[in-house]
Design a binder for this molecule. Structure first.
Ligand SMILES: [Zn+2]
Length: 453
């Protein structure tokens, strides 16, 4: 029988809360769906005690930009540029999606994220081919028990109509979705509008879509600064001229935005999601980590697409850190100076926790082990072959850990992974459905890759 109180006892507590800091050995008390206390030693009666010795106890990671629906198409875009991705994944593949394919991809991707210690995720869902597709995407997020922001996007029925300088405004079904699924407060799921913005529609359409989100009282996310589209459309400057920037806007990527653009985003309280690996792979440009920081924005991190890379944030933290270092080092080497370390491992761990929460407007809900916040907590096994001995827990999480080291995951106090195993009812059956889904989609879209397992 599960008790209302769970005491995680004797772990290395990486709270990410400035007033608590890191406890080399400490206890974390979960009560109901909240974090009740964090201290070097807690005496609590009538609770379930979990031995956290040899574990790092920390807040769940936060992925602020991912397209979960594509999960069954893993690694299909491994060798594709952004334009090939648009023409294939958002072309015939997206158009072939049935509601059940959206469900399978979204749920499998959610479980993959939870398994990797991601407890909160922004699902940028531009596969709203029908109301049934939308319903299945939301039901999959509900079934996962992950904390998620459902980014209600556009249909994937035609990339030409919806993504190349599209004149079509955002689907009005947003009103029904808001009413039907998101009228209650305090759920694990919340809603945002995943709009195309000036780089993939027009300024007039963007204005309409932003106003739609504001009417609905939900946040907005858009891609901007993506490769050559950045200087071509000047999305941030144009939105600013129209008086449309605000703290409810999240920008994904931002690789080719200018310093002035970042200053405008910072001045209006907008947030930024960097997905470093996919950005470099697909030719969006170098990750904007350093330029964002220099201009007053704390970035957050995302995986973006598992058609291009693995679905965990450990690798994205590492890539964000080392890429920014390489960029800064190059600058110094060009001036015949020996490089010095500027960006630290702790910074990128903040991007993946507290800064991610802020980017999603959830800073009072999650992102740190702070009493009163929701109990989104993970434990990482420090005894694993790739981890021990752990001398610096922050560096160990950022540079050494991988999803296999995630021992336990709690979302709002509920365990979804324990002792290294996902607790979801039937992962194997879901994988079988994902294989069938991938086979169907590849055949229907006439893509020549064969699904092997
Ligand atoms: Zn994206």
């Amino acid at each position: 029988m599960t008790k209302d109180k769970i005491l995680l006892k004797g772990g290395c507590v990486l709270s990410m809360d400035a007033s608590i800091g890191t406890l080399q050995q400490g206890d974390v008390l979960l009560e109901g769906n909240q974090i009740a206390a964090v201290a070097p030693k807690l005496e609590v009666g009538d609770c379930e005690v979990i031995d956290a010795k040899g574990k790092i106890v920390m807040p769940g990671l936060i992925d602020t930009h991912r397209h979960l629906w594509e999960t069954a198409l893993r690694a299909t875009a491994a060798d594709w540029s952004l334009m090939q991705y648009l023409q294939q994944i958002l072309g015939p593949l997206a158009a072939s999606y049935r509601p059940e394919d959206v469900y399978v991809g979204t749920l499998l991707g959610s479980l993959e994220a939870l398994n990797a210690g991601i407890t909160t995720l922004f699902d940028w869902s531009h596969i709203q081919n029908s109301a049934a597709h939308t319903d299945q995407a939301i039901m999959a997020l509900q079934a996962s028990n992950m904390r998620a922001v459902f980014g209600y996007g556009t249909p994937g029925t035609s990339v030409w109509e919806w993504f190349y300088e599209s004149k079509l405004t955002h689907p009005q079904d947003a009103h029904r979705v808001r009413e039907e699924y998101f009228s209650a407060e305090g759920q694990l799921l919340s809603m945002a509008l995943a709009i195309r913005g000036p780089e993939y529609s027009s300024l007039a359409v963007s204005e309409h879509d932003i106003q739609l989100a504001r009417e609905l009282g939900i946040r907005i996310s858009m891609h901007a600064g993506c490769g050559g589209f950045g200087p071509k459309y000047n999305a941030v400057a144009e939105l600013h001229k129209k008086g449309l920037l605000g703290p409810d806007i999240n920008v994904a990527h931002g690789n080719t935005l200018t310093d002035e653009d970042f200053q405008l985003l910072a001045a209006h309280g907008c947030s930024l999601s960097i997905t470093p690996e996919v950005e470099m792979q697909m030719g969006l440009g170098m990750p904007a980590t350093g330029r964002a920081l220099k201009n007053g924005i704390r970035p957050s991190l995302g995986v973006d697409i598992v058609t291009g890379t693995a679905g965990d944030l450990f690798s994205q933290m590492k890539i964000a850190l080392q890429t920014e270092r390489a960029l800064q080092n190059e600058q110094m080497l060009k001036q015949s100076e020996m490089p010095q370390v500027q960006l630290k491992a702790k910074d990128v761990l903040q991007f993946a926790t507290v800064d991610g929460a802020t980017a999603l407007g959830l800073e009072h809900v999650t992102g740190s082990l702070s009493p009163g916040k929701q109990a989104d907590v993970i434990m990482i096994d420090c005894t694993a072959i790739n981890m021990a001995p752990v001398l610096d827990p922050v560096a160990a999480v950022v540079l050494l850990a991988n999803p296999a080291n995630v021992d336990a995951v709690f979302v709002a106090g509920k365990a979804v992974k324990r002792e290294g195993r996902l607790l979801h009812a039937d992962v194997h059956a879901l994988q079988q459905k994902a294989i069938a889904s991938a086979e169907y989609l590849m055949e229907k879209a006439a893509i020549a890759e064969k699904v092997l397992v």
